[in-house]
Design a protein around this ligand. Structure first.
Ligand SMILES: C[S@@+](CC[C@H](N)C(=O)[O-])C[C@H]1O[C@@H](n2cnc3c(N)ncnc32)[C@H](O)[C@@H]1O
Length: 274
């Protein structure tokens, strides 16, 4: 696991500046308009509800665009990520937008320890986070430990059924990878990242894992959480199956043929038992 995390960290450290400089993460719009929110958080709004005044923790916050968006909705934010280069970009963006956000460098698996006595009303995680973690149980243990009694987890993620598909297949939905959590990682070697950039990555090898929906829910229940909402969506914010998807005006991608065939993402909410 340590080797996997070191490989993944090197990859994310290299991506951070490219992401901040690309139009996709909309850094310029955040700086120019104090009302600007990320597309991801804008999608979450109807389910997030009023978060004003909440102590909120964003796990795997990357360059902080979603973190800043949540802060703009009135919560007091802490962002946590293991990539120092991502946090450098996140701190720079928060400062440019005059938003007070604490950013902490740590692995999710050490989050409860790294954040000391601090406990939160809201733990938020979204889109492309859980696939970097080998064991969902260790994630759920940290989430539960970081919440106040009655505190809420808000998770929006790529659907594990989608993550089991062959993304290089352009004319059908073909299962290629494990749906369930597997001890062995999926090993990728990809010099590209998902934003518009000419640059290529030298730290190109990454390790990822899938986690079934039942495994995620069971882990949360095991660690003293109660499931309060689960909604599967026919859309997600990136072109996960190139050649089979179209972009909507809401910034979300859907299958262009019979989108009802496949869940692409889900929103899960759970509350820590009192
Ligand atoms: C795709 S981003 C997810 C955040 C968000 N959706 C975004 O695009 O800004 C994935 C983030 O997870 C972080 N990450 C991966 N594994 C981690 C770990 N074990 N502990 C903490 N952060 C981790 C990476 O550094 C990266 O910033």
């Amino acid at each position: 696991m340590d080797d996997s995390f070191e490989l993944n960290k090197a990859n994310w450290n290299e991506r951070a500046a490219l992401h901040a400089a690309s139009p996709d993460y909309q850094v310029r719009q955040f700086i120019e308009s104090a009302e600007h929110l990320s597309d991801v958080v804008r999608f979450d709004l109807p389910r997030l509800g009023d978060i004003r005044g909440l102590d909120a923790l964003h796990l795997q916050c990357h360059i902080g665009t979603d973190t800043l968006s949540l802060a703009r909705l009135g919560a007091r934010l802490t962002g946590l990520d293991f990539s120092c280069a991502s946090l450098e970009q996140a701190r720079r963006l928060a400062a440019a937008c005059q938003q007070r956000i604490q950013f902490v460098e740590a692995s999710v698996y050490d989050a409860a320890q790294a954040l000391g006595e601090q406990r939160y009303d809201l733990v938020y995680t979204s889109i492309g986070a859980l696939n970097w973690l080998p064991r969902i149980d260790d994630w759920a243990r940290n989430v539960a430990a970081l919440l106040k009694p009655g505190g809420r987890l808000f998770l929006r993620e790529a659907h594990p059924v989608l993550l089991s598909l062959d993304e290089s297949c352009e004319d059908e939905l073909r299962i290629a990878h494990s749906y369930f959590e597997n001890r062995e990682p999926l090993v990728w070697d990809d010099e590209q990242t998902y934003v518009q950039t000419e640059a290529t990555l030298t730290a190109s090898v990454t390790h990822e894992w899938n986690h079934g929906l039942g495994e995620i829910i069971s882990a949360l229940l095991r660690h003293g959480m109660t499931l309060t909402a689960l909604q599967e969506h026919d859309c997600l914010p990136w072109e996960a199956l190139p050649g089979q998807m179209q972009l909507g005006t809401d910034g979300e991608w859907r299958l262009f043929t019979r989108p009802e065939r496949l869940p692409l993402s889900y929103t899960l909410q759970a509350v820590k038992n009192r």
